[in-house]
Design a protein around this ligand. Structure first.
Ligand code: ATP
Length: 355
């Protein structure tokens, strides 16, 4: 069983605490994304699991075995890191075959695996070239192919698609997902790109300031952010946050009274996704939204403006309509989807824990 368990792992670089004591477990065959902004500690955590960095305290277990004291090559894992190291003196073919040669696989298996992974990563025409004759994105794909060719039980990847153009990235993401779940590989995937984490992972751990702020399935993280940071980091556009006064158990959203959960003080933070509002009919309860800018995004229209006492808000509506006149400065009557409200306290912590 290729499980990964992190027990109270902390890392300090002198005065800098890169990781507070954190716990994490990844199930056999699961793909977990470590998602967070630059400098939050995700690469440090991955390097500790790989054995490239030592932790200040805590333990790393792979398949139930404490590997904390083992060098990287004895941890039984494959890795692809940001500064993808491909061997410059070997051809692409030899690079991809490298791990299998080391494992003394027979020639037929090596040829089959190289062919299969090269096809997957669209590098078949490059097999006889040397890395110096490749672009950055092509080299990155060779590094991914080399890791996948050995069909590892545990795979660690740090932004493995960062050098690819948007279209290729989208395609690789889907193919990678299919391969990883097909092979049952236990994967930890580091990224700062929330769409990549949402698309690829079975679960996402949102890392912030050296801590795991929330861990859950992509839909749990998206629908029920535990904190304001998570709601703002996951999703495009980010979740709207409106600070609202509370009276008699109800928050006042521009004249619309919404019941708040217990534990709310006299002010609450309402987290509202841009797509979770709709145009209100004339006879429906509504709140006013003052339009500043309307942008067409293909099938949707993104409206930027203000609600509830001039607080900034974004709204996404279907471009197929019906739509009101989208004149800057005009007032649009909106209604929130009351089943999709995220209530938080003034400090930005969810009042209801849902999953
Ligand atoms: P990025 O997405 O930019 O790679 P990250 O989330 O992977 O960021 P880390 O590289 O893990 O972040 O860094 C976490 C923190 O630890 C940062 O504040 C960083 O400056 C610090 N740090 C990392 N390596 C060292 C080091 N060798 N010495 C001192 N501080 C370090």
């Amino acid at each position: 069983m290729a499980t990964i368990t992190i027990e109270r792992v902390a890392k300090r670089f002198g005065e800098v605490t890169a990781l507070a004591e954190l716990d994490l477990s990844v199930a056999d065959g699961e793909c977990l994304a470590l998602l967070g902004p630059s400098g939050c500690g995700k690469t440090t955590l991955l390097r500790i699991i790989a054995g490239l960095e030592s932790q200040t305290s805590g333990r790393v277990l792979i398949g139930g075995r404490d590997v904390s004291a083992l060098p990287p090559r004895k941890r039984g894992l494959a890795m692809v890191f940001q500064n993808y190291a491909v061997f410059p003196h070997l051809t692409v073919y030899e690079n991809v075959a490298f791990g299998l040669r080391m494992a003394k696989a027979d020639k037929t298996r090596i040829a089959r695996q190289v062919e299969k992974t090269a096809a997957l990563l669209h590098i078949e025409p490059l097999l006889q070239r040397h890395p110096a004759q490749l672009s950055g994105g092509q080299r990155q794909r060779v590094a991914v192919a080399r890791a996948l060719a050995v069909e590892p039980a545990v795979l660690l990847m740090d932004e493995p698609l960062s050098n690819l153009d948007a279209l290729l990235r989208l395609e690789m993401r889907a193919e990678l997902k299919a391969v990883l779940s097909g092979a049952g590989t236990t994967t930890i995937y580091v990224t700062h790109d929330q769409t990549e984490a949402m698309g690829l992972a079975d679960r996402i751990a949102v890392v912030h300031g050296g801590r795991i702020e929330q861990i859950g399935t992509p839909s749990a993280i998206y629908d029920h952010p535990a904190t304001r940071f998570v709601g703002g980091f996951v999703g495009s556009p980010p979740m709207n946050f409106l600070e609202l006064p509370v009276r008699d158990g109800h928050a006042d959203l521009g004249g619309l009274a919404l019941p708040v959960p217990q534990g709310a003080g006299d002010r609450v933070l309402l987290g509202l996704r841009a797509e979770d509002v709709a145009l209100a009919a004339a006879d429906e309860d509504a709140f006013p939204f003052i339009l500043k800018v309307a942008e067409l995004l293909g099938p949707q229209i993104l409206l930027t403006g203000m609600a509830a006492g001039g607080q900034p808000m974004r709204v996404v509506l279907s471009a197929a309509g019906p739509l009101p006149p989208l004149v800057p400065g005009s007032e649009i009557a909106l209604k929130p989807d009351r089943t999709r409200l995220s209530w938080m306290n003034a400090a930005g912590h969810a009042l209801e824990i849902r999953s």
